[in-house]
Design a binder for this molecule. Structure first.
Ligand code: AP5
Ligand code: MG
Ligand code: ZN
Length: 215
């Protein structure tokens, strides 16, 4: 199963990815998570990416395409992959098609999760996660039992630096300008499925499963 997860910031891509990978054993490839990992490891690429992420802008295509190409060539992607947050520009989508062609693969489905802007903003401003095991919580809908402490591992609860006011607004603007036009690309390839992300995440997942089982 070769899956792309699309949708604006806060739509629930990461949340659905967790549910999908628990049911279907395919690697979850999140470019955002890869960049955050590089930032926390202090690598040169992390330092470069951080400037863009903190400004709510996209990391340049060349950097992003490079890390995805490398990741898709790894052996654990042989039986499929779940791309979360990539592609985000037409250049990235075309590069992905080319990379997959070389690997004798193709995108089988593009799941687009949508929700109104006010919901996205509310979700992002309430999102926190565990510094150690990365479990995601939401202070409004699904807070940890004890404030500031992870239910799973007891780790410290932190907020993503790009989940603050102005950066969130910029990310939504960038999504509308640079990423939303890509939906047409996948629609024309007849790979696009639109999902209403403004409901309980388990309900969204039920629909995801129906789509995946029908492939
Ligand atoms: P990335 O990490 O991909 O962030 P994003 O696309 O902005 O999306 P988010 O991770 O914020 O949202 P999500 O849809 O995963 O929502 P989640 O499930 O967590 O990218 C970050 C940055 O990296 C970019 O700005 C860019 O700089 C760079 N980057 C990454 N990829 C790139 C690329 N391809 N090209 C260039 N640059 C790139 O949910 C959010 C919250 O809502 C959580 O608290 C969750 O618990 C809650 N929630 C989720 N679903 C529901 C529901 N159904 N009901 C109630 N609450 C819910
Ligand atoms: Mg995410
Ligand atoms: Zn934890």
């Amino acid at each position: 199963m070769n899956i792309i997860l699309m949708g604006p910031p806060g739509a629930g891509k990461g949340t659905q990815a967790e549910l999908i990978k628990a049911k279907y054993p395919i690697p979850h490839i999140s470019t955002g998570d890869m960049f955050r990992e590089a930032v926390s490891n202090g690598t040169q690429m992390g330092k470069e990416a951080q400037k863009y992420m903190d400004a709510g802008k996209l990391v340049p295509d060349q950097v992003t395409i490079g890390i995805v190409e490398e990741r898709l060539a790894q052996s654990d992607c042989a039986k499929g992959f779940l791309l979360d947050g990539f592609p985000r520009t037409t250049v990235q989508a075309e590069a992905l098609d080319q990379t997959l062609k070389k690997l004798n693969k193709k995108v089988e489905v593009a799941l687009n999760i949508a929700a109104p802007d006010e919901i996205l903003i509310e979700r992002l401003s309430g999102r926190v996660s565990c510094k150690d095991c990365k479990k995601v919580y939401n202070l409004s809908y699904s807070p940890p039992a004890q404030a500031g402490v992870c239910d799973i591992c007891g780790g410290e609860i932190i907020q993503r630096s790009d989940d603050r006011g102005e950066t969130v607004a910029k990310r939504l603007e960038v999504y509308n300008e640079q990423t939303a036009p890509l939906l047409k690309y996948y629609d024309e390839c007849q790979l696009l499925h639109n999902l209403d992300g403004n409901r309980d995440s388990r309900e969204v997942f039920q629909e995801v499963v129906r789509i995946l089982e029908s492939l």
